[in-house]
Design a protein around this ligand. Structure first.
Ligand code: GAL
Length: 638
């Protein structure tokens, strides 16, 4: 495996006279890949059916002549204005019933058949023209599915698609009524044509209907992507990639990933910290110019799973972004640290977004590797440094297998959004809290899909908040030889979104039943004997399984039998470290608590330390510079 750098480039934004110089500077910086094209539909097809690919031919030639490899993006995230004249009803509709407008991007409905056909047409044109072009060495489909809240649409096209999807799934309205529990509130349907979308209801819609709508919408994203991959496969052998977005749970990435060769994601550590991370102000303040020390790693591990081992960072933040509430500049060293952290987690390519800052339009305040005047921005030298270091280190064998694994499931995110029961019960946040705990204890982590059928590579497996255990996972757990920490709220719903009887968690060999659940307002907690508390959520457990940990009040907090441990709440940071250390000890792993902000990931040959703090950190006889990276050969590694 190689490690390479890339950059996102918009030749259509710049005069042709500077393309060759840009390409030469990219190559000089040590960049190997250039992603182009993903927003350029209006220049590829200025009028319906009138194509202009000459400029793109010249761009690809120019980049290729400089020794650069091209990732060609399909432009379907930005349909040109004429497309709306052709399909006035192609815009997605929000939950309030308002069509979204033209004038930015992602203004399309995944379910609109006419738009899908036009996408198939432009992708076919591109594939015919560039499918065998040697310089086009990878393809990206669309751009960031779901970004700007675009997965769900309450349009006539979505309604028609949803009804068809339901008819396929249930075959009869009676079966649908039974599955959804439509006897409740007289919601029975006599035909699929009576079923509506779950918006604009007087009070909350039936959660089973919402879940099916979420599944349908997720399937639509996968189907939309598959139209493109099916075409591209006919014309090219190059790997097909999509660039997913951080924090995005609205569609099943594993399902989309199944049609692609490589997963990639767009990593904006400072934007995410400011805009998306739920954390206290002290934490956000400490890491505001570095990013959260676990958030990038979480996504790296997730997308390695989505890509079945093959993954990239397609967009790497180089300087201040424009879209978060606050947009600080990264500290010197971070544009290098982020890249090395990605490589440590097995990234094949880290591609900075973007080459040159655009002085016009929406993202004019977004940094690039170059300033708008073409002078170097600070990240350019850091990218060049990474390129030199990659060359010095030589071929990479990939990241080491995880010590521990966490199961991650998109449907569970929808389940707990549909029925949170407590305002802050958010699936991503729950899983991320467990992930952070494992990282703080120094472990290498793998993320597993919800239908993981083989856990035998791991000593420790975590299954937090998994709404419905899949049959393969259930049988893998039944024969698991390590320690599995399951819960809270795991196996708490059937596939039809009802409470299962026997009551949850109903795990093989573990006599432990959730008798009652409660959600807790902020700052309220259930203290645990021995320190730490449960926050947000607590379950009263009964049964004869061994009680490993109790609450202060004497209720079971963790119950266990054999390999399985069930956890009755959402541990705070202190409880998390204690419970995970105990589980790791029992699993025969050696937890090594790391100082704040210092993290590590093993590759097959090296141990890569990253220090997210401004100041140097000493740990176990070594010092890692502030915002620094330390790459050590791994003892005993080949
Ligand atoms: C990403 C997107 C890019 C650009 C970037 C700005 O979400 O894919 O096109 O908008 O954000 O940070």
């Amino acid at each position: 495996m190689k490690r390479e750098l890339g950059v996102c480039y918009y030749p259509e934004h710049w005069p042709e006279e500077i393309w060759a110089e840009d390409a030469a500077r990219m190559a000089e910086t040590g960049i190997a890949w250039v992603r182009i094209g993903e927003f350029a539909w209006s220049r590829m097809e200025p009028e319906p059916g009138a194509y202009d690919f000459d400029w793109l031919d010249r761009v690809i030639d120019t980049l290729g002549a400089a020794g650069l490899k091209v990732v060609l993006g399909t432009p379907t995230a930005t349909p040109p204005r004429w497309m709306l004249t052709r399909h006035p009803d192609m815009l997605a509709v929000d939950a309030q019933g308002r069509a979204r407008g033209f004038g930015s991007r992602r203004h399309y409905d995944f379910s609109h058949k006419g738009y899908r056909e036009d996408c198939a047409r432009i992708v076919t044109k591109l594939a015919e023209r560039y499918g065998k072009t040697p310089h086009v060495a990878a393809w990206q489909t669309d751009n960031e599915y779901a970004c700007h809240d675009t997965t769900l649409s309450y349009s006539p096209a979505a309604l028609a698609g949803f009804r068809e999807w339901l008819a396929q799934k249930y075959q009869s309205p009676q079966a649908l009524n039974r599955a959804w529990g439509n006897v409740f509130w007289s919601m029975d349907y006599a035909s699929f044509d009576e079923v509506g979308l779950p918006n604009l209801t007087v009070t909350e819609p039936n959660p089973a209907q919402v879940m099916d709508f979420r599944r349908f919408a997720s399937d639509e994203v996968a189907a939309f992507n598959r139209v493109q991959t099916d075409i591209l496969r006919r014309y090219t052998q190059a790997p097909l990639i999509h660039n997913y977005m951080g924090f995005e749970t609205s569609f099943d990435h594993f399902a989309v990933g199944a049609d692609l060769d490589v997963a990639s994601w767009d990593s904006y550590p400072l934007g995410f910290l400011s805009a998306r991370l739920v954390a206290d102000e002290a934490h956000k303040g400490h890491f505001m110019r570095q990013g959260d020390p676990d958030l990038q790693a979480f996504h790296h591990d997730l997308y390695r799973a989505v890509g079945r081992g093959r993954w990239w960072v397609m967009e790497q933040q180089p300087g201040p972004v424009n879209w978060a509430p606050w947009n600080p500049a990264p500290l010197p060293g971070m544009a290098r640290l982020w890249a090395w952290e990605a490589f440590a987690h097995g990234a094949e390519v880290v591609s900075y977004f973007r080459w040159r800052q655009a002085p016009f339009a929406q993202e004019q305040m977004h940094a690039g590797l170059l300033r708008p005047d073409s002078a170097p921005a600070p990240a350019l030298a850091e990218a060049a440094q990474v390129a030199r270091e990659i060359a010095e280190l030589g071929e990479a064998a990939g990241c080491a297998p995880g010590d521990a694994a966490i199961v991650y499931d998109y449907e569970s995110a929808w389940a707990w959004e549909t029925q949170p029961q407590g305002r802050d019960f958010e699936y991503f946040r729950l899983v991320f809290a467990f992930y952070r705990g494992l990282r703080q204890l120094g472990f290498n982590i793998d993320i597993l899909p919800p239908d993981a059928a083989d856990l035998s590579a791991y000593k420790l497996v975590l299954v937090p908040g998994l709404a419905t255990l899949s049959a393969p996972l259930e049988s893998a757990l039944a024969s698991f030889k390590g320690v599995a920490l399951i819960g809270p709220r795991s196996n708490a719903k059937t596939a039809d979104f009802t409470i299962p009887v026997p009551l949850p968690p109903n795990l093989p060999g573990l006599d432990c039943t959730v008798a009652r659940v409660e959600s807790l307002p902020p700052k309220a907690g259930v203290p645990l004997a021995g320190g730490g508390s449960f926050l947000h959520w607590f379950e009263e457990l009964e049964g004869s399984a061994e009680v490993l940990v109790r609450t202060d009040a004497g209720h079971p907090a963790v119950m266990a039998a054999g390999a399985l441990r069930y956890l009755a709440g959402w541990p705070d940071a202190a409880a998390m470290l204690r419970l995970l250390s105990d589980a790791a000890d029992a699993a025969g792993l050696a937890p090594e608590p790391l100082p704040e902000g210092l993290r590590r990931r093993d590759t097959t040959g090296h141990r890569v330390w990253v220090n997210y703090n401004l100041k140097p950190v000493r740990h176990d006889g070594r010092e890692v510079a502030g915002c620094g990276v330390l790459i050590e050969p791994r003892a005993g590694a080949k």
